[in-house]
Design a protein around this ligand. Structure first.
Ligand code: NAD
Length: 492
């Protein structure tokens, strides 16, 4: 069995840890590889950080225009190998091949935006703020920047950070999710073979909490980017800041989508179904609480149930499949337990996706589309991130009540509204407490030049991932005030 190696100081290196865990294909439990795990991975992380720091000391002196050149090559590399990368994503993560290609496209867009770092990182200059005195601000890199990523977008999320971090002059160490480590392993193989980067500038270290803790505690790590569940995000934020690091930590979500009575039934239904069941509901921007508001509730509910029923569930590498399995057997068990809980709380199961059996993939972690109606607003189902293909339906008569309900929730990753009424949409986007808002959009995922703007318990920190926020996150500002007295001047 292939045990994955770490990429440290530009060399593929065996982990010092003898402990490993299996990487499984969620559609059939095939063991794809084993990945280093356990307390000794802390040593791997420390080694990588020391080498990364050496690389940073040289890299920070390289002009930005030169630092972005490898990114142009990286874009081409990702494009040229998109088929292999997307297949790997589907194999270890379970989503469909089309979804894997889609996530890779988002990764590439971030590389493209980061290619413009020499423009985005340009700074400000004020001449003559007082007699003979000029003041200006420059941006300088931080040092070694660490990154910890979740299982659900193994090919995209690292690129919310990686290209910006190195373009601004930092070294970058990533610890991918131990559930899906192969995608980044492959990308790093490409980087190793094709990009001419200084040794140690980009490092890959496998593991779980032990490797993360070593990153959090290492004094040479100056910034940490995290994406994952809210409890871990809170931990990363509090520990990272305790050790004096800059931290951006993106957490979980529970995303509401409002349907106003005047919304277009066909378009709204199609888009919402894609949002709820895309990636088997394992997206931080998956719609999960659907709120028909005002009249027309029955019509929308019936349309949603019909569309959900026809979703084709199966192995993501087979053609025609629209939804793959969830990540692990434990995840399937947890999701099915929550569906039961919804029923026990008084919900009406309009569609029950438990015990889904897919011919040829009997061991897969499949949960079919599920719809619960009438669950109590204070209950567990409405307030828990299920992270599976489960839609909860809730109704209100007035938009004001709907917005109040949404704003009481603990998360603030995304909120969407479907309507033809500009005034309703305007009120919603202005009053709703969520950082990514969609109007007649089902997955309000900001493109690379905009920040990925989670609010409340969906984000801990100040500067978000992507675009200009990333440039600011990965640089520290220095303000210089200069005096050149005229009476020092030789006569020219
Ligand atoms: P997770 O929190 O279990 O793991 C994320 C990362 O943290 C992994 O690399 C893991 O090894 C590490 N980790 C796990 N437990 C840890 C601990 N106790 N201490 C230190 N490190 C630890 O998340 P997941 O299950 O991989 O991903 C799903 C979650 O990620 C969902 O909650 C989803 O909403 C969230 N997510 C959020 C966004 C966003 O942009 N806000 C995007 C994608 C996913």
């Amino acid at each position: 069995m292939n045990t994955l190696k770490n990429y440290i100081d530009g060399v593929w290196t065996e982990s010092v840890s003898k402990q490993t865990i299996d990487v499984l294909n969620p559609a059939n439990q095939e063991v794809l590889a084993t990945v280093p795990f356990g307390k000794d991975t802390a040593q791997d992380m420390q080694n990588a950080i020391e080498k990364a720091h050496q690389a940073y000391l040289e890299w920070k002196e390289v002009p930005t225009m030169k630092r972005v050149q490898p990114l142009f090559k990286l874009k081409t590399l990702l494009e040229d190998h998109s088929e292999e990368i997307a297949k790997l994503i589907t194999k270890e993560c379970g989503k469909t091949y089309a979804e894997s290609l889609g996530e890779l496209q988002r990764a590439i867009e971030n590389v493209e935006v980061a290619c413009g770092t020499y423009v985005m990182a340009q700074s400000e200059f004020s001449e003559n703020i007082a007699n003979g005195i000029d003041e200006f601000m420059i941006r300088q890199p931080l040092g070694v920047c660490g990154c910890i990523t979740p299982f659900n977008f193994p090919g995209m999320i690292p690129f919310w950070f990686l290209p910006y971090a190195i373009a601004t002059g930092n070294a970058f160490v990533i610890k991918p999710s131990e559930k899906v480590p192969m995608t980044m392993q492959y990308v790093f193989e490409l980087i190793d073979e094709k990009l001419d980067l200084p040794k140690g500038l980009l490092s890959l270290v496998h593991g779980g909490k032990d490797a993360v803790d070593a990153m959090l505690q290492h004094p040479k790590v100056k910034a940490i980017s995290f994406v994952g569940s809210t409890n871990v995000a809170k931990y990363i934020y509090s520990e990272g800041t305790k050790y004096g690091k800059r931290v951006q930590a993106q957490g979980g979500a529970k995303n509401p989508v409002v349907i106003m009575p005047d919304a277009d039934v066909d378009m709204t239904t199609q888009i919402i179904i894609d949002s709820v069941y895309g990636c088997a509901g394992q997206r931080c921007l998956a719609a999960s609480v659907i709120i028909p508001t005002g009249d027309n509730k029955r019509q929308f509910t019936e349309a949603l149930v019909e569309a959900a029923k026809s979703r084709n569930v199966g192995y993501g590498l087979e053609s025609g499949v629209e939804m793959g399995p969830v990540i692990t057997p434990e995840s399937k068990q947890r999701i099915e337990g929550l569906i039961q809980k919804g029923k026990d709380e008084g919900g009406n199961l309009l569609l029950d996706g438990r015990n889904a059996k897919i011919s040829g993939y009997e061991k897969g972690n499949f949960v079919a589309p599920t719809i619960l109606e009438g669950v109590p607003l204070q209950g567990e189902i409405i307030n828990t991130e299920i992270f599976g293909p489960v839609m909860s339906l809730v109704n209100f008569n007035e938009l004001d009540q709907t917005i109040d309900f949404i704003n009481q929730g603990r998360y603030g990753n995304m909120a969407c509204i479907f309507t033809r009424d500009g005034l309703a949409a305007r009120k919603f986007r202005s009053e709703v407490m969520a950082g990514n808002v969609g109007v007649n959009i089902g997955v309000a995922a900001p493109v690379a030049q905009f920040p990925f703007s989670g609010w409340k318990e969906s984000f801990f920190g100040d500067l978000h991932g992507q675009g200009r926020h990333a440039i600011e996150f990965f640089t520290q500002t220095k303000v210089v005030i200069e005096r050149w007295p005229k009476n020092w001047s030789r006569k020219f």
